[in-house]
Ligand binder design. Structure first.
Ligand code: GLC
Length: 529
């Protein structure tokens, strides 16, 4: 169960670090392993690096056995794994099993009704009224086969049919191939969607498109598949698996995946606790009550069973600093958010750039975006002008998280020596790794302290979680004899009900004056009586 005490770090390879190219590369990642080690990371999750036409930046896989040539070669991957292991770092790959690219050989053969591949995808004579995650119908017509195929994401990402015995056989081979290469586990993409309800029009029947994700989320058959994988493969290796559990599961539904299936789940709620008025930048943006209730609901269940990934941002969400942080209290709010998440039960996953407080990008026009979801929704949009559309999507766009990693203040932010494939946030001159490494007081250095502290405290992996109500603007909880206090607002708050403090282990403000007076975004980890 090494993964329980591990600190995870998520890499979006296309934007992380390039060597001799305009896109990130595997060698680029290898060159930054020392940086990750120094940060205190134990476990790296790399978003898909397989051969892909990149409709969805690698989540549309063309060949599972080949590395995207823009990123490098299988030799580069082996070198990266070896170097990581030598440093004591583990690496997990992002495995997409819900769908492939339309350019995958399986799909081509299935279109041609090759008997072995005939049932690899979900084919239908009829088109039904199901809406897809990326907007528009979930059914598209294939001229060659003269049938519709189901795709719950883009029309270039056909869903695999998990009732197919041959498909399962092929997937098991892929999993074993990568385990033989020495990787330490998988993040299983969109895994809660593998099974679908019967194909038929859904209610309201007379509506052209119904966006009802329960049609293809968290159905009971998916558990049988994962139990089989666990029994036959995963349990024979010293690895970890984390499944992305979407489709709005209940907490119980999400944690059910930890029952002889996956080691931990990755669900969505913590990124959905913003106040609706995101644009009122003058006040705090977290709905503290919603966040506290959600944390407690999950953690109370986890006291009994299961394990989860802890995160506030990833490649599908805006930047945490823009979502919940406060630029007027950059270091304080950034480090408070880290304490809030990483002292909980679960395995933290820091998203690349979060440790330096990278922020959302100032998108201005539709052509500024790369994301297939934005492109699809814009095509379908009939009511909004371009300006209105951009204003509606710019804060929440997935592209905010996909801008170039800010390593230093040189021309291309230390990412590459030629113009990168995507935007660099104009604030890279002030928010970058090099600068924050050099400054004694920086968000990066607070992250290092928080990570080191977490690793030194067995209570964080072992002790029960207990919510403590100190003030409605504060999220506070106990882990054994530890009390964690996070002021999620820019208010100064005076506490009248603080337990007796024995020792302060972490305080994100330099100067101590009075424990009872909590400064804006102040975070404490303390031993109490
Ligand atoms: C997951 C990924 C997301 C991708 C989708 C389809 O949600 O995190 O980036 O677009 O699956 O693979």
């Amino acid at each position: 169960m090494w993964y329980k005490s591990a600190i995870g770090y998520q890499i979006y390879p296309k934007s992380f670090k390039s060597i001799d190219s305009s896109v990130g590369t595997i060698k680029g990642i290898t060159s930054k392993l020392d940086y990750l080690k120094d940060l205190g990371i134990d476990l790296i999750w790399i978003c898909p690096i397989f051969d892909s036409p990149m409709d969805d930046n690698g989540y549309d896989i063309r060949d599972y056995y080949k590395i995207n040539p823009d990123y490098g070669t299988m030799e580069d991957v082996k070198e990266m794994i070896t170097k990581a292991h030598n440093l004591g770092l583990k690496i997990i790959f992002d495995l997409v099993l819900n769908h492939t690219s339309i350019e995958h050989e399986w799909f081509k053969k299935s279109c041609a009704k090759d008997p072995y591949y005939d049932d690899f995808y979900i084919w239908s004579k009829e088109k039904y009224n199901w809406g897809s995650f990326f907007g528009g119908s979930a059914f598209s017509y294939n001229e060659e086969r003269k049938e519709y195929f189901l795709h719950i994401f883009s029309d270039k990402m056909p869903d695999l049919n998990w009732k197919s015995i041959n498909l399962k056989k092929e997937v098991k081979k892929i999993i074993k191939y990568y385990l033989a290469l020495g990787i330490d586990g998988f993040r299983l993409d969109a895994i809660s969607h593998l099974c679908k309800k019967k194909l038929e029009n859904t209610t309201p029947i007379n509506k052209d498109l119904v966006y009802d994700y329960s049609l293809f989320s968290n159905l009971k058959e998916v558990h049988n598949i994962l139990k089989e994988f666990k029994r036959e493969i995963f349990s024979h290796y010293n690895i970890m698996t984390i499944g992305e559990i979407g489709g709005n599961p209940t907490i119980k539904q999400a944690l059910d995946y930890c029952n002889d299936e996956l080691d931990m789940v990755y669900t969505f709620g913590f990124t959905n606790c913003a106040k609706v008025d995101l644009h009122n930048m003058s006040s705090n943006k977290m709905d503290v009550k919603a966040m506290r209730n959600l944390i407690s609901a999950y953690q109370n269940e986890l006291n009994e069973k299961g394990w989860m990934g802890l995160y506030l941002t990833n490649h599908d969400i805006e930047r945490a600093m823009s979502l919940y942080g406060d630029m007027d209290y950059f270091i304080e709010s950034g480090s408070m958010l880290a304490v809030l998440m990483y002292m909980l039960k679960g395995t933290p996953f820091i998203y690349n750039g979060e440790e330096i407080g990278m922020t959302n990008y100032p998108f201005k026009k539709v052509s500024d975006f790369d994301d297939v979801r934005i492109r699809t929704t814009y095509k379908l949009n009939t009511t909004l002008s371009e300006e209105e559309f951009v204003n509606a999507v710019k804060d929440t766009s997935r592209d905010n998280a996909r801008t170039i990693m800010q390593w230093d203040d040189s021309e291309y932010a230390g990412f590459s020596s030629s113009k990168p494939w995507f935007h660099i946030n104009p604030n890279y001159k002030t928010i970058n790794v090099k600068k924050e490494e050099q400054e004694e007081r920086s968000l990066l250095n607070e992250y290092k302290k928080i990570i080191k502290l977490r690793k030194s405290l067995t209570q964080i992996t072992q002790s029960y979680y207990e919510e403590i109500m100190l003030d409605e603007r504060i999220i506070s909880y106990k882990r054994g004899n530890l009390l964690i206090i996070c002021n999620c607002t820019n208010n100064v708050i005076t506490l009248n009900n603080l337990p007796n403090v024995k020792r302060v282990l972490y305080n994100n403000y330099n100067n101590f004056h009075d424990y009872k007076v909590i400064e804006p975004y102040q975070a404490y980890v303390m031993e109490v009586e």
